[in-house]
Design a protein around this ligand. Structure first.
Ligand code: NAD
Length: 288
């Protein structure tokens, strides 16, 4: 299949390479020359503009930094340039309202489109083990599914347009809250004279158990190997967690949802990311 890929950064670079490995003809575009060179190395054809990349493509995949850029790219470079009837897949993490607007407008122009944000970081993007949460019609999902499956280990239909983004921000808000809670519990245990490994052994088989503790333990040397064992580097950056929490708070305000802990988590990550945007989000334990 001829697939245009727009946005070949930390995530998109590996995803485009996996589409090549799956036998697709990938027509790549990014504003960065270095990203284009890496894409060529991975077997993609590269183009000087997104419009040229979209010409003749049966599908368009985008992996871009934010909603404003996604909107600009679809308005200026995809609509009217990708052939009518192409399936469009935006895998960026953006706000729910923009995702719904872009899908609605592209559909009015004769395309089918899904929002398909991912769970999993750069290693999962490179390894083809991302989880995709997909919003869109049944028909659009059926067309997008095999393309996404070439880049991930799980592709889940979350419902109508925008529901992929809704699933992503609800999940990451919960993750932020239980990571902060896990860090507070370990820090308090230490102050009370309780050894971290002993607390882990007890809590990991008790009612306090959660993913932040048993799969992503914020204490070095306890539980499985995590970014804590690597100086809090190489995982999910606090700056990206803050981005997702801001999107979550925006969506909550629009939907009238009560998110007191989510709002508190946003404030905590905002303060942390001001100095530590590139640090793994579990590094918050250092501030307690
Ligand atoms: P990145 O900044 O590394 O990559 C974004 C790429 O988009 C860059 O190469 C940039 O040059 C390109 N770009 C920007 N504007 C463009 C335009 N108008 N046309 C073409 N290319 C353009 O970011 P990333 O880490 O790859 O993240 C991409 C998306 O994935 C974001 O929405 C992010 O929130 C989401 N995400 C990232 C991670 C992660 O661990 N990095 C995990 C899950 C989701």
């Amino acid at each position: 299949m001829k697939i245009a890929f727009i946005g070949l950064g930390n995530m998109g670079g590996g995803m485009a390479a996996n589409l090549v490995k799956a036998g697709h003809e990938v027509r790549a575009f990014d504003l960065s020359e270095a990203a284009l060179a890496a894409a060529r190395e991975a077997g993609c054809a590269t183009f000087g503009t997104a419009k040229e990349a979209c010409a003749g493509a049966e599908a368009v995949v985008s992996m871009l930094p934010n909603g404003a850029i996604v909107k600009a790219v679809y308005w200026d470079d995809v609509i009217g340039h990708a052939p009518e009837g192409a399936i469009l897949l935006d895998c960026s993490t953006i706000d729910v309202a923009t995702a719904r607007e872009v899908i609605s407008v592209t559909e009015q122009h004769g395309y089918q489109m899904v929002d398909a944000p991912v769970s999993g970081g750069i290693a999962a993007a490179n390894g083809g083990t991302l989880t995709f949460m997909v919003g869109g019609s049944d028909e659009a999902f059926a067309r997008a599914q095999p393309i996404l499956a070439a880049m991930g280990k799980a592709v889940i239909h979350a419902g109508a347009a925008g529901n992929g983004q809704a699933a992503k921000i609800c999940n990451n808000m919960l993750l932020a809250i239980h990571m902060i809670g896990t860090c507070e519990a370990f820090a308090m245990a230490e102050k009370l004279g309780l050894d971290a490994q002993t607390f882990y052994d007890i809590s990991s088989v008790s009612s306090g158990q959660c993913w932040s503790m048993t799969s992503y333990c914020p204490v070095p040397g306890v539980g499985p190997v995590t970014p804590a064992d690597n100086g809090y580097q190489g995982g999910f950056a606090a700056g990206l967690m803050l981005k997702d929490l801001k999107l979550a708070m925006e969506a909550a305000a629009g939907a009238g949802a009560t998110v007191e802990l989510g709002e508190h988590a946003r404030a905590i990550y905002e303060a942390f990311a001001a100095e530590n945007a590139a640090t793994d989000f579990s590094g918050i334990i250092r501030t307690l």
